[in-house]
Ligand binder design. Structure first.
Ligand code: DGP
Length: 128
């Protein structure tokens, strides 16, 4: 994995240097709509801190921040009304995982049934 780049896109969004369509913000996390949505709801949740990946985040972040981040993910899903029908969480890790932005983030997909083909990201026209 690369070292953390303080000028990656999500770092710049966190600093307010680039705009985003914000869904939620608290002391642990920022959530915003993905620029290229793959589902009716496609939100990214990122921790406040310099973490390249989920592995980096879990190894390096204080325990309270890890808990706070994952609670924020759950809150976003709940607040967007996704709980009753369900949703999918994805965290891409490294090149084989398809990670493009090296600031740890969780994709939250909802608003339609997801495929069982877990190896692929959902496509906009995908059906069950
Ligand atoms: P990943 O492959 O897991 O690293 O996904 C990166 C996601 O980030 C991808 O779905 C597109 C999204 N993205 C990239 N640049 C921007 C941006 O400037 N704004 C927003 N909102 N999303 C972005």
């Amino acid at each position: 994995m690369p070292a953390y780049d303080r000028n990656n896109i999500f770092a710049r969004i966190l600093r307010g240097e680039l705009p985003c369509r914000k869904v939620h913000e608290d002391e642990f996390a920022l959530a915003f709509h993905d620029i290229n949505p793959l589902a009716p709801v496609h939100v990214l949740v990122i921790p406040k801190g310099e973490y390249v990946s989920q592995a980096d985040f879990c190894a390096e972040a204080p325990a309270g921040q890890v808990v706070g981040f994952w609670r924020a993910v759950a809150k976003v899903a709940r607040d967007l009304g996704l709980e009753p029908e369900g949703y999918r969480l994805v965290a891409n890790h490294g090149p084989n995982g398809g990670q493009l932005v090296f600031h740890f983030h969780v994709h939250l997909f909802g608003g339609r049934p997801m495929s069982h083909r877990m190896g692929n990201m959902p496509k906009t026209d995908e059906r069950k």
